[in-house]
Design a protein around this ligand. Structure first.
Ligand code: 5AD
Ligand code: SF4
Length: 483
């Protein structure tokens, strides 16, 4: 993304460190480049890196930025945790995400004993929690760098600091106003990319830790977003996913406010861009104008991921979601009515404190009525520091499990029914990968996000082709390329 910068021309001998961003980071990247080069000459091999990403699309995008910086300073991608520089980009939305990180850290320690020059960095949402950082400082002393969600752009500066210090570097900011533009990033797929349009969340749903670890809402300037997408398109990208915790409140806090619907219209104008996705809208403020823009758009994909969380109006109130069961159903119905072939997906939490059988029945009722193509279902996980963590009526584990299984069944019945509705049609598919099981086949995605597997040559990857959807398999199709 920042090919125009020649890091070898940056003067690192003067000792004058720029104070503004991103220039300061360019300076540290140039310093690290030299360090990595020297070390690699000493070892007579390239230095490798490996990033393990936990959690959501935001983290996936952050990891691409981390990778961009590491490659810029001379590391090459390794295949696993035996690499010279390992980063865990962590998630803390549910407790099991934390448990997995602690589990894998034990393994990293044994690898580091074999390769003493190995460096380990931990970042992401888990690191925004003080208890986590304290625990790592006391029980995982082999970790080299800890940083948070607000300063991933500083990776080079932190690496430099670690190489010039005897001890662990910890740099976690509570919050930030800053949005640093123009840093390198790499894309996992050459033809599609996530694009952050905003950071943080102001909603404070009572079960959710995100507002505490990702900070207050900050929107990027529309011109920066458009410029980034234009550059991506010039570099071969045909699909972008606009990312934010609550994209409907995009632009409200900018000096010159702009709505999400207006941003969508601007993105639509970018020539060469073929598909636009976004994640995640909030049912409380998914506005009519967004639905209207989607309805008339040629590029915005026919997919709305609309987290329900619970179908019970009583629980939704306690969850601080600001909508009722009826309002959600009306909205789902409107989306389906207005946007042809749209697919609706959702997130649902089972076992929120105080959830009664009646509340749960309401959730099942919404699932039956709203017609979800698929749903991510989660068992409620208590997050210390959130209001729900101290609420009475934590639901017993066996009850939660039993409800969870019942929910899964209803979700699956719905998926089968809704996925089937396109069977026999010819639809546009973006070819994404060689099929995992059969390398004569490709895997692609419909505009509505449903996967399709079909015979095809890998040269089609990144292209949009017409595919006949021969057979629905519940949540994916088997198809064939249509003339
Ligand atoms: N327990 C279970 N699921 C949660 N989510 C957020 N917080 C929790 C929690 N404490 C789920 C919500 C959200 C998704 C990203 O994660 O469904 O939409
Ligand atoms: Fe969490 Fe609610 Fe914000 Fe989503 S909208 S990140 S569930 S607080």
């Amino acid at each position: 993304m920042i090919n125009e910068i020649n890091f070898d021309n940056i003067d690192i001998t003067s000792g004058i460190i720029p104070e503004t961003e991103p220039e300061r980071q360019y300076y540290y990247m140039a310093l690290c480049r030299k360090m990595v080069k020297d070390e690699s000459e000493r070892l007579k091999r390239p230095l490798t890196f490996f990033i393990a990403t936990f959690g959501c699309q935001m983290n996936a995008r952050d990891s691409e930025k981390l990778q961009g910086i590491l490659e810029e300073i001379g590391y090459v991608e390794g295949k696993d945790e035996s690499a010279d520089f390992v980063i865990y980009n962590t998630c803390t939305v549910r407790e099991n995400a934390n448990t997995r990180v602690y589990g894998r850290l034990g393994h990293l320690n044994s690898l580091k004993k074999k390769n003493p020059s190995m460096k380990i960095a931990l970042c992401g949402c888990m690191m925004q929690e003080k208890e986590v950082v304290d625990k790592i400082k006391s029980s995982y002393r082999f970790v080299d760098i800890i940083f948070g969600t607000h300063n991933i752009y500083k990776l080079a500066e932190l690496i430099f600091a670690r190489y010039n210090s005897e001890s662990m570097i910890v740099n976690v900011l509570k919050d930030t106003e800053l949005v640093v533009e123009d840093l390198p990033s790499i894309r996992k797929y050459p033809f599609k990319s996530g694009v952050n349009i905003m950071f943080g969340c102001n909603n404070f749903c009572s079960y959710c830790i995100v507002p505490y670890v990702r900070g207050r809402e900050r929107s990027r300037e529309p011109k920066d977003i458009i410029r980034e997408i234009e550059k991506l398109v010039a570099d071969g990208v045909v699909e972008v996913m606009l990312l934010g915790q609550n994209v409907n409140s995009y632009g409200k806090n900018l000096e010159n406010p702009i709505s999400f619907a207006e941003l969508l219209k601007e993105v639509e104008k970018i020539e060469g861009l073929k598909r636009i996705r976004f994640m995640t809208p909030h049912p409380k403020d998914l506005s009519d104008d967004v639905i209207e823009v989607m309805k008339h758009s040629k590029k915005i994909c026919a997919h709305v991921h609309l987290p329900l969380q619970s179908g019970s109006s009583r629980l939704l109130k306690i969850m601080n979601r600001h909508y009722t069961k009826e309002r959600y159903l009306e909205l789902a119905e409107k989306i389906k009515r207005e946007i042809p072939d749209v697919s609706l997906t959702t997130d649902i939490i089972v076992g929120f404190p105080g959830e009664t059988e009646e509340d749960f029945e309401d959730t099942l009722d919404v699932v039956r009525k709203a017609g979800f193509d698929s749903a991510y279902t989660f068992i409620y996980s208590k997050r210390t520091g959130t209001p729900a963590a101290t609420m009475d009526g934590q639901v017993p584990e066996d009850v939660v499990k039993e409800r969870f299984n019942r929910l899964l069944k209803v979700v699956q019945e719905g998926s089968e029914k809704y996925c089937k509705r396109h069977e026999g049609r010819v639809m546009e598919v973006l070819c994404e990968d060689v099929n995992e099981q059969d390398d004569t086949m490709l895997t692609g995605r419909l505009s509505n996000n449903i996967l399709v597997h079909f015979k095809g040559d890998r040269s089609l990857i990144g292209k949009i082709v017409n595919v006949k959807l021969n057979e629905s398999k519940g949540f994916y199709y088997i198809g064939e390329i249509a003339e």
